[in-house]
Design a protein around this ligand. Sequence first.
Ligand SMILES: NC(=O)C1=CN([C@@H]2O[C@H](COP(=O)(O)OP(=O)(O)OC[C@H]3O[C@@H](n4cnc5c(N)ncnc54)[C@H](O)[C@@H]3O)[C@@H](O)[C@H]2O)[C@@H](O)CC1
Ligand SMILES: [K+]
Length: 461
Amino acid sequence: MQKIFDEVTSLDKRCYEEFFLTEDILMEHASNSIALYINQNLFDKKSILIVCGSGNNGADGIALARLLSSKFEVNLYLANEPKSYMAQQQFKRVKALNIKIIDEIFEADIIVDCLFGTGLNKPLDEKFINLINTLNSYNSFKIACDIPSGINSLGQVNTIAFESDITITMGALKTSLFSDVSKDYVGEIIVVNLGVQRDIYEIEANKFLLDESDMKLPFRNKKNSHKGSYGHLNVVAGCKKGAGIIAAKAAFGFGTGLVSVVCHENLDLPYHIMQTHFISENCSAIAIGMGLGKYETDEIRKILNKPIPKIIDADLFHDKLICEVLDQEIVLTPHPKEFISLLKLCEIADVSIEELQNNRFLYVEKFCKKYPNVVVVLKGANVIIAQNEKQYVNSFGSAVLSKGGSGDVLSGLIGSLLAQGYKPLESAITASLAHTLGAKNYKKNNYSLIPSDLVEEIRKL
Ligand SMILES: NC(=O)C1=CN([C@@H]2O[C@H](COP(=O)(O)OP(=O)(O)OC[C@H]3O[C@@H](n4cnc5c(N)ncnc54)[C@H](O)[C@@H]3O)[C@@H](O)[C@H]2O)[C@@H](O)CC1
Ligand SMILES: [K+]
């Protein structure tokens, strides 16, 4: 996994004060990294449009023009006069080299967006909205310098942002690149060094971006084993029984030795999934909440109070009952609408979905501060998995998963790992990664996935 930082100004400052680097050195590394990317990956292109603002993001762009000028047809566009000290320095250098500065933008082969980076501090005015709109309409290969212009430090987009194919970000990953909104703008994200290796530049962090290698699949190492060695998951089914059945199927395919659906009515289950009316004697994990609908509170309370690892989902996030179990080591998998209900029930905040989506990391942090034992999996374009003060981002998700039933598969996967003895946080991380990477491997149209396709892909990981 890779560290993510809310701000990097203090990391830059550490470079100056502790490692005696200068702003000029850092910036030369920043611009040179973009030049290197273009030289290595886009050498067949001819024209480059570099669009610069007045601060140091713009300065990166002006320096880039100097670095690429003899190899490409470089067109430098200054949306505003260079204002920061470094922007003025870089401007002096390009003037001395007679690099072409243009008055009007056009559709070049490559566009590099250097309008605003971490310094965006107010909503864009009409001039910049129109400029970014025009850039977005071009069919060029689009590179964002540090962060797509228009995304602020909290990962919010006020009106518009630059839609990049790749974002080359300086020094370290920033939280703002991983809001749900940012996902439509950042493209592929590449981190580059600023004069010291990344592990030296970075300090301790509480946020992490998950990599594929963080997925610890339940491969079986013991030769002398039997079905009981891999746990028994009980999935509690409610009114909408399909949800529980989907979860049960996903769990079975993910390695749990035995899976039973708990339901009072007789169900038509596949032969390998059992049915029970009550929680099984040897149950090693419980999945509850999905499709529950109307239920007998006392019965559910009894199940929730059993000292067995649990994954809780869906309808239970709308019931005060949930507050009785938040001291347990459980996994909760709310989507945004369910999470705002949970925040309200727990008297943490009474907010709209929009407010939550604009501040996902903040509200997860608030919740985990109050309930440090609980593992939260906040669903979204970038899933946040959190416990206590640590937050992990899974950015592998895609629109393929935006379907009824996908969440039930996830609950089943988490329940499966809990039943097999994984800790709650490990279960949530590996299940979430398997869920999204399975979907990534799905090769048919991105609108056509059904839960059984997803389970099938996950079985092949
Ligand atoms: N040590 C450093 O400081 C380094 C900085 N680097 C670059 O510098 C960037 C940060 O530079 P700055 O702090 O100068 O900030 P930016 O260049 O991101 O933007 C600040 C400038 O834009 C103006 N501005 C902000 N919001 C505006 C809006 N909505 N409409 C119009 N104007 C607006 C500000 O008045 C200021 O002039 C980073 O993102 C990175 O690209 C890199 O070169 C690496 C080293
Ligand atoms: K930018």
